[in-house]
Design a protein around this ligand. Structure first.
Ligand code: GLY
Ligand code: MN
Ligand code: MN
Length: 450
């Protein structure tokens, strides 16, 4: 995938103009801000923007680069003929969303560092009433967009030339989000930017995304709460003989019923032997009495995702053996949580967890200590991406969100247990975000009895 990545970026830059002429010839005349009929409500335009939060993020970007220009394209609508569209046909790019919270397609954000708010420009495609018969109302370059986005200067993005002429000859580098390696980056600069000083915006924005602000944490709490409701629903519905896909349907129906925008990642519902396959996601087996079921499923809400795993007996009652393995995983997770505090690192938490599991394995996993069967890392950053961006060497700080997800996978026995929770780092330590999903064997059995 990597070698193609730079082509995608290059295409982004050239395709905007092409797509505009291809899909809406002829272009409507450019409307100045405020010229469109005011639209009091903009259904389908996404949720309210926390304008103060996004303005602070943009100011931070400008301050960190000091001098230069930032140019960020929004995502394009996906194409139902060419893409595998599985849910909404549009999801904003995370970088654009982080800096605007707008769920609008084919937009561009320009930030001129070193200037005040007037140095930020939002470019939006002109509204086309004929297209809106298909799409519903769209945000256009008008005063409603300025009000909703908190960006005072909103201009039409009717051509790439207009955007690039607004960029002008920047004093300083041009920062764009590039999903490419350094080697590809230099090639890209030659190909697309004619050797200008073009730099990748991603490392800066990605590092900012590590520490979540209040608005992001509120979004994550919502995504996690919805996810917990899905796990509760799965436990309540599970019966021996159900197909994995039926359990998956229960989880995902609950997500949508509670307002999830989409799944954060493909749901994993692995029963019996499938509980030992880490990312088993086809859900085609019929459960049997005595199976454990690993359900790893997270809802996305407001661009942020949860990542929660629960393991339960499909018949509602853990066997003594299942309970013993389960309780070791649970205690390992608790030990990692107890060490989660500002200043700790992911590597330290991982070590603490493995050492605990090893020291408390006894003969539970046969000739080897159980950590030999804990075959993935303890956790990862969580945010707009399920495996969120950011340097894994960064010591924890308040506002960071991570998963703690130890597991033991005994393939020979068809017995897998993973317990995964989402954890917010606080000044004093850490907070379980996903505590609403029952977790002890007693809690799970009690819920499943009802
Ligand atoms: N759901 C994917 C993971 O836990 O990393
Ligand atoms: Mn995870
Ligand atoms: Mn997971």
């Amino acid at each position: 995938m990597r070698p193609l990545a730079f082509v995608v970026v290059a295409v982004t830059f050239t395709a905007v103009a092409a797509a505009q002429t291809r899909s809406n010839p002829p272009l409507p005349p450019v409307q100045p801000i405020g010229a469109w009929t005011p639209v009091p409500e903009l259904p389908g335009m996404g949720r309210p923007v926390d304008t103060a939060a996004v303005a602070l993020r943009r100011r931070t970007v400008a301050a960190r680069i000091g001098r230069g220009v930032v140019l960020v394209p929004a995502a394009h609508e996906r194409d139902i003929e060419r893409d595998y569209v599985q849910d909404n046909d549009f999801r904003q790019t995370n970088t654009f969303f982080y800096l605007t919270e707008l769920e609008t397609q084919d937009a561009w954000l320009l930030i001129v560092a070193g200037s005040d708010a007037a140095g930020t420009v939002l470019f939006l495609p002109p509204r086309t009433p004929a297209q809106e018969r298909w799409t519903g109302l769209r945000l256009g370059p008008d005063s409603a967009a300025a009000r909703l986005s908190g960006i005072a200067r909103v201009l039409p993005s009717d051509s790439l030339d207009r955007i690039l002429s607004a960029v002008g000859r920047p004093a300083g580098p041009l920062y764009v989000p590039l999903d490419v390696t350094t080697r590809e980056e230099s090639r890209l600069k030659e190909l697309v930017f004619g050797g200008r000083d073009v730099r990748n915006l991603r490392p800066l924005v990605d590092s900012m995304r590590l520490v979540k602000d209040a608005d992001e944490i509120a979004r994550m709490r919502k995504a996690v709460d919805i996810s917990a409701a899905g796990h509760v629903a799965a436990m309540q519905a599970a019966r021996p003989g159900m197909w994995e896909y039926e359990i998956e349907a229960v989880v995902e129906a609950a997500f949508r019923r509670h307002g999830a925008d989409r799944l954060g990642y493909p749901s994993i519902v692995g029963s019996g032997p499938n509980s030992t396959t880490l990312h088993y996601d086809v859900s085609r087996r019929q459960t049997r009495d005595g199976d454990l079921v690993v359900v790893d499923a997270g809802a996305e809400w407001g661009q942020y995702t949860a990542d929660v795993t629960r393991t339960f007996p499909v018949n509602g009652k853990f066997t003594p053996r299942q309970k013993a393995i389960y309780d070791l995983v649970l205690a390992t997770q608790q030990t990692a949580f107890d060490s989660t505090r500002p200043g700790a690192t992911m590597a330290q938490l991982d070590r603490v967890a493995r050492e605990y599991m090893r020291a408390h394995s006894g003969t539970l996993c046969g000739g080897q200590p159980c950590d030999a069967y804990f075959i993935h890392r303890l956790g990862h950053w969580l945010g707009m991406d399920v495996h969120d961006v950011g340097d894994y060497g960064t010591p924890l700080k308040p506002g960071m969100v991570l998963t703690l997800e130890p597991g033991i996978y005994l393939a020979a026995e068809g017995l897998g247990v993973r317990i995964e929770d989402d954890v917010l780092v606080t000044p004093a330590g850490a907070e379980w975000l996903s505590a609403k999903a029952p977790k002890t064997t007693a809690e799970i059995e009690r819920l499943m009895r009802r």
